[in-house]
Design a protein around this ligand. Structure first.
Ligand SMILES: C[S@@+](CC[C@H](N)C(=O)[O-])C[C@H]1O[C@@H](n2cnc3c(N)ncnc32)[C@H](O)[C@@H]1O
Length: 275
C-alpha cells in the first residue's frame, strides 16, 4: 500500500469512530509514525510503505480511534512557545489557557523578579510558559497530584526552566508574598461530564476536570499569600459571580477577559491590602 492509500484509510477509520478532525489527525499521526513532515506526506504520496512503517502507523491510528486525545497519542503538544510532554498524568494544555498566560505577562510587565505561584500546574503549562517568557520570574507551582508534578518536572528539565514544584492541596503550607497567583482549577460541573467528548470524559484525569469547590477555596485563602494579582481561568457561567465576589472581598482592578470563542474565561483582580 502507498502512503497516500494508508492516509486515506486512516482518515476513514478515524471519521467512522467520530473523530472530528479525522484528516488532520491522520496526517499528524502518520507524519509522527513515519518521521516525516506533513508536507513530505504529500511529496511521498505514492511511495509504498514497509511493513514496519504500516505497523507503526496502525498503532497510533488505533489509539486515536479509541478516542484517546491526539496530544496523548503524539506524546507532546504545543503551548505558547513550548512543546510540552503530554500524557494521561495531566490535562492537555488548552488554547484558552494561553490567554491566561497572556494576562499574567501583561500584569507582570515591568516587574523584574516577581514571585509567581501557579496552583494546580498539571503538565506545568502555565508555570513553565511564565518562566520562559518572563525570565526574571521566580516561579513556584503546586499540584495535589504527584503524577502531574512528575510530568511537570520532566517538562521543566526538558526546557531547562527553573520552577519549584510542591505537592500541596491548593495553598496549604505555602507562604507569600507572591506578586501573582495564577490558577486554572478544575471547573467542569459533575452533571456536565457525561456530555463531554470521550477524549476528555474518558481519558483526562477526573481530578483535573471536576469542580470540587477548588475555585472558592482558592479565593478564600489567596489574600493570605498575595501582594498583587490573582488570575483565574473559570467556567464561563461563573465569571461574573467570581468577579463580583472578588470585588466585594476587597480586591480591586477586577477584569474579565474573553477566550477565543468569546466566552468569559479569565478573571483577574488585585489584592493590595496589608495583611
Ligand atoms: C484544569 S487542570 C489545569 C492543569 C494546568 N494548569 C493547565 O492549565 O493545563 C487542574 C489541575 O489542578 C489540580 N488540582 C485539583 N485539585 C487540586 C487541589 N485541591 N490542590 C492542588 N491541585 C489540585 C489537578 O491535579 C490538575 O492538575
Amino acid at each position: 500500500m502507498t502512503l497516500g492509500e494508508v492516509l486515506a484509510g486512516a482518515t476513514d477509520y478515524l471519521a467512522k469512530r467520530g473523530v472530528e478532525s479525522a484528516r488532520l489527525d491522520a496526517e499528524r499521526l502518520l507524519a509522527r509514525a513515519l518521521g516525516l513532515s506533513r508536507i513530505e506526506l504529500y511529496t511521498q504520496h505514492d511511495r509504498p510503505l514497509t511493513e514496519a512503517e504500516r505497523d507503526a502507523a496502525r498503532e497510533l491510528v488505533q489509539r486515536r480511534g479509541a478516542r484517546e486525545p491526539l496530544a496523548y497519542v503524539l506524546g507532546d503538544w504545543d503551548f505558547r512557545r513550548l512543546t510540552l510532554r503530554t500524557d494521561a498524568r495531566a490535562l492537555v494544555p488548552r488554547p484558552e489557557t494561553e490567554i491566561v498566560v497572556e494576562r499574567c505577562l501583561d500584569l507582570l510587565r515591568g516587574v523584574d523578579e516577581p514571585r509567581v505561584l501557579d496552583v494546580g500546574t498539571g503538565s506545568g503549562a502555565i508555570a513553565l510558559a511564565l518562566a520562559h517568557e518572563h525570565p526574571g520570574a521566580r516561579v513556584v507551582a503546586t499540584d495535589a497530584s504527584q503524577a502531574a508534578l512528575d510530568l511537570a518536572q520532566e517538562n521543566a528539565r526538558e526546557h531547562g526552566l527553573d520552577v519549584t514544584f510542591v505537592q500541596a492541596d491548593l495553598l496549604d503550607g505555602l507562604d507569600g508574598p507572591f506578586g501573582l497567583v495564577v490558577s486554572n482549577p478544575p471547573y467542569v460541573e459533575s452533571d456536565e461530564l457525561a456530555a463531554l467528548e470521550p477524549e476528555v470524559r474518558d481519558w483526562e484525569p477526573r481530578s483535573a476536570l471536576v469542580d470540587e469547590g477548588q475555585t472558592g477555596r482558592l479565593i478564600a485563602d489567596a489574600s493570605r499569600v498575595l501582594e498583587g494579582w490573582l488570575v483565574l481561568e473559570v467556567h464561563e457561567r461563573h465569571a461574573c459571580d467570581i468577579a463580583a465576589l472578588l470585588a466585594t472581598t476587597g480586591y480591586d482592578s477586577v477584569r474579565i477577559t474573553l477566550d477565543l470563542a468569546g466566552k468569559e474565561r479569565v478573571v483577574e483582580a488585585r489584592w493590595q491590602q496589608t495583611r
